[in-house]
Design a protein around this ligand. Structure first.
Ligand code: 0A1
Ligand code: ZN
Length: 874
């Protein structure tokens, strides 16, 4: 590239009109790209402070039109622009570089300089712990070089990297390495090529002093793939679980979906500053270190499971996301919903499917249901956005996965697999839509799924009302079902949805299945299903396995829930019956009504004493719903009433079941390194039991917790004990927190736990403690994990965040405003707890609203926070 230092002069760079701020992008406005970029060659002269990026794009006019080439940029200034090796007229229109191209094809060269060390947004090329790395999804590539930064422009990449060899001995990017060598002044270089055309959001580059954990995987067609997980040398011993998970995921995708890996190498890099969980860049996944590094000393069983799930998730994207990508960002769930469904199925196959389903539904209810009933509600395939980063949501991911699961349920595994085979085959190398996915399932299965498409477009969680009328004389039962969806922003009236409900009837006296399971499709506002030949009164087991992501309100009689909790053969339905029993008591308490805890106590006692149920299931079944989930079921939220109702129930359960709980808490799980389902379940039940014991007898719980903490040879027991101790007023609390800090403060991931545990504490002084922690020398808002550990955890601590004086609101608002100046994406993710303001009693509601307004009035607010706050206020 010639004359790289030439700065634009006034003639070639006329002043552009400012782009509209905070514009709304709409799905209906989608147009295919004007220009395609089949090839791109990138040349990086890497340095933490000034990295020079030269790029050469082969651009091709897409169709007959005379529109100019528009390249996206973000905080970029072109140093040089050449077309076919010649100077060319160009202009900036807002952040876009616009070039009039003669002819239908050209080579366009640009050059920019960027500053990774000052890139606090962690989008594009940034510095983290001495290394350089990239994050490009969704729109980070435009912070590296000028490019049509949209997922339907697929290019073949050739990349040259040049860096100081001592500081950056390892140079990685997508695809395969072609050549490498030494340069002058202690520099070295490497050249790579990715044979698979990809959208810019899948580009990645890493430069740093990293060491690999290497392994190999032989694919089903016999190709050997070199695997490497790159970390700081000291972290190498903590990479074994991630590597084992990767190999298990590769084998699983071959077996279950027939998908084979396609490059000769697969690299994973762990970084400690990362906005999200991980990123599926082609052949070079970049991970938040919390989803790679683990050993039993520092990671809980839940951390181990999350690592396996996220490693698998990113790997599965190689097909569902990379080989077949999204046409536009409105189709995000095409890759995310499907890939979450794939990773959930993988985890279910690796452990207990029943417990995994319960966990997934718990996450859906805690994260997605509130989203779907609040001001930020949006369809699985959104219709508009201001900032796409705000749409990496539980709706797009988890509800999207539920939608795929419904397809799987309706089609059955064989037809579903035929459908995904056709989808991958038909759209390999393309940017596809959610409609394309459904069409492939339909074409391969011969089943009309068109009615289900409403799940992509209609927001809100359907409520299903169910009631059984039984006539003993005729042995007939009528199951009366109704559905409705509450209005959501922009969707005031709703159409009925197809809701597949796996349903069975149990005999009231025998507990046996008197009508075997069938799949009922509720697709009208009201529907009646008839059962005949019943010789005893029926109990209703409905939405088994949580076959549809809906709220079921069933009219129950007498001890129906207790009977279901005891005898339903479907583990999810059994769990659900326990939850409903808990809700009956919790809601009565929160409304100030008389509470009968006996049915729940009996059911929980039977569960704990059962010889058939495994401990992981027992733990889930006796775990009380969180205060936030209880709040979802109240018309007017009073956090103090909810808290005290839950505390009373914990007390009642804890005292009535003390002996059973103490036994479960004392159970020996063997070595902390044993990650078998039994060992993990035993540990989980120990800590859940400890929590209930604490509800009844704080002094006893403090002693047991401290003992569990002191003898623990693993983080699960330690964290479980500490999570109970932090809420107690006992000398053991301080002792354990101090011991934990002293032992682990040099490990950033464990220190995050220390912050998070205290921010989650159920105490009247939690906010004061959080304020003190915000001033701790180890606290920083610049590191997303640390910020989330303190402010994110506090925001979902229902009782503490919603303290009546409003100081909790002020604290979180302060955090959002401060974080927004550095990292808008992460700041915006702290906003949702404020979105519940309309649901609260008037005093808190006003306090929350005034904090939202305060954020809104902050000068220079980012697009990210602006969108979340303005929608929350609307
Ligand atoms: N595609 C990733 C999630 C992801 C999205 C945006 C990011 O930007 C900071 C990072 C990661 C996944 O689903 O795993
Ligand atoms: Zn994903």
């Amino acid at each position: 590239m010639a004359d790289i230092r030439t700065l634009p002069d006034a003639e070639t760079a006329p002043e552009a009109p400012p782009a509209p701020v905070h514009a709304t992008i709409r799905r209906e406005d989608y147009r295919p790209p004007d220009w395609l970029v089949p090839e791109i060659a990138l040349d990086f002269a890497l340095d933490a402070d000034v990295t020079r990026v030269r790029s050469r794009l082969t651009v091709e006019r897409n169709g007959a039109h005379d529109r100019p080439l528009r390249l996206d940029g973000d905080e970029l200034t072109p140093l040089n622009v050449l077309a076919n090796g010649q100077d060319v007229a160009w202009r900036m229109e807002g952040p876009q570089l616009v070039v009039d191209i003669e002819g239908d094809r050209a080579d366009l060269e640009t050059e920019v300089e960027i500053n990774p060390a000052q890139n606090t947004k962690l989008m594009g090329l940034y510095a983290s712990g001495g290394m350089l790395c990239t994050q490009c999804e969704a729109e980070g590539f435009r912070r590296i070089t000028f490019f049509p930064d949209r997922p339907d422009v697929l290019s073949r990449y050739r990349v040259r990297m040049d860096a100081d060899e001592q500081r950056f001995p390892i140079l990685l990017t997508n695809g395969n390495e072609l050549a490498s060598g030494k340069g002058e002044h202690g520099r070295h270089w490497a050249e790579w090529e990715d044979p698979f055309p990809k959208p810019s959001y899948l580009f990645a580059l890493v430069a740093g002093d990293l060491k690999p954990n290497r392994d190999t995987f032989t694919t089903m067609s016999g190709r050997k793939v070199d695997l490497a997980i790159w970390v700081r040398e000291a972290d190498l011993p903590k990479t074994g679980h991630a590597m084992a998970s990767l190999k298990a995921a590769m084998a699983w995708d071959e077996k279950v979906y027939g998908r084979e890996y396609d490059l000769d190498q697969f690299n994973i890099v762990a970084v400690s500053d990362f906005n999200m969980g991980a990123m599926e860049n082609k052949g070079l996944n970049v991970f938040n270190s919390r989803y790679i590094l683990a050993d039993p000393e520092i990671a809980t069983d839940a951390d181990f499971d999350a690592i396996a799930a996220v490693v698998a998730h990113e790997y599965f994207h190689n097909w569902s996301g990379n080989r077949v990508t999204c046409r536009d960002w409105f189709q995000l769930s095409l890759k995310e919903g499907f890939t979450v469904f794939r990773d959930q199925s993988f985890s279910a196959d690796m452990g207990s499917a029943a417990v995994k389903r319960i966990e997934d539904v718990r996450v859906l209810r805690m994260a997605q249901f509130p989203e779907d009933s609040g001001p930020l509600a949006h369809p699985v395939r959104p219709d508009s956005y201001i900032e796409i980063s705000n749409f990496y949501t539980a709706t797009v991911y988890n509800k999207g996965a539920e939608l795929i699961r419904m397809f799987h349920t309706v089609l059955g595994p064989e037809k579903f697999r035929a459908g995904t085979d056709l989808y991958f085959d038909r759209h390999d190398g393309e940017a596809a839509t959610c409609d394309d996915f459904v069409k492939a399932l339909e074409d391969a299965s011969g089943v009309d799924l068109s009615a289900f498409k409403i799940w992509y477009s209609q927001a809100g969680t359907p409520q299903v009302d169910a009631r059984i009328d039984y006539d003993a004389d005729t042995g007939t039962a009528l199951l009366k079902l109704g559905q409705r969806v509450a209005p959501t922003p922009g969707q005031p009236s709703k159409a009925p949805m197809p809701i597949p409900l796996r349903t069975a009837l149990l005999g009231e006296a025998s507990g046996a299945e008197i009508a075997s399971e069938q799949l009922i499709l509720l697709d009208r506002p009201e529907q009646t299903v008839r059962f005949e030949g019943l010789d005893e009164a029926p109990l209703l087991s409905i939405n088994r396995g949580f076959s549809a992501p809906v709220v079921v309100r069933a009219k129950r009689k007498g001890d129906e829930l207790e009977r279901l909790a005891q005898s339903d053969a479907d583990p999810f339905a059994r769990y659900e019956a326990m939850q409903e029993l808990a809700f009956e008591a919790l809601l009565a308490g929160a409304r100030g009504e008389a509470v009968d805890a006996e049915p729940l106590i009996r059911a929980a006692g039977n569960t704990l004493r059962s010889n058939e149920l495994d401990p992981a299931f027992k733990a889930e079944a006796i775990l009380l719903p969180t205060e936030a989930v209880i709040a979802e079921r109240m018309d007017v939220v009073d956090p103090d009433a909810i808290h005290s109702s839950r505390e009373h129930l914990r007390h009642a359960l804890g005292s009535a079941l003390m002996d059973d709980l103490a036994k479960a808490q004392a159970a020996d799980a063997g070595s902390g390194a044993d990650l078998s389902p039994l060992a993990k379940g035993t540990r989980r039940l120990r800590s859940v039991s400890l929590g209930l014991i604490a509800g009844a007898d704080q002094a006893r719980a403090a002693g047991l917790a401290k003992a569990q903490f002191d003898v623990a040879d693993n983080m699960t027991d330690r964290q479980g004990a500490l999570s109970v101790l932090v809420s107690l007023d006992a000398p053991e609390r301080e002792a354990a927190l101090t011991a934990f800090y002293e032992r682990f403060h040099e490990d950033a991931l464990v220190l995050d736990k220390w912050f998070a545990l205290q921010a989650a504490a159920q105490r009247t002084d939690t906010l004061d403690q959080v304020l003190t922690l915000a001033a701790h020398r180890e606290f920083t808002i610049a590191n997303p994990n640390r910020l989330r550990a303190l402010a994110g955890t506090f925001g979902v601590n229902h009782w503490a965040f919603n303290g009546a004086d409003g100081r909790g609101y002020a604290f979180l608002a302060d955090m959002i405003v401060a974080a927004d100046k550095l990292n808008p994406q992460v700041a915006a993710r702290l906003v949702p707890p404020f979105g519940r303001w309309r649901r609260f009693e008037p005093k808190r509601s006003a306090l929350m609203r005034s904090q939202l307004e305060r954020i809104m009035n902050t000068p220079g607010l980012s697009r990210d926070v602006f969108e979340q706050v303005s929608k929350s206020l609307a």
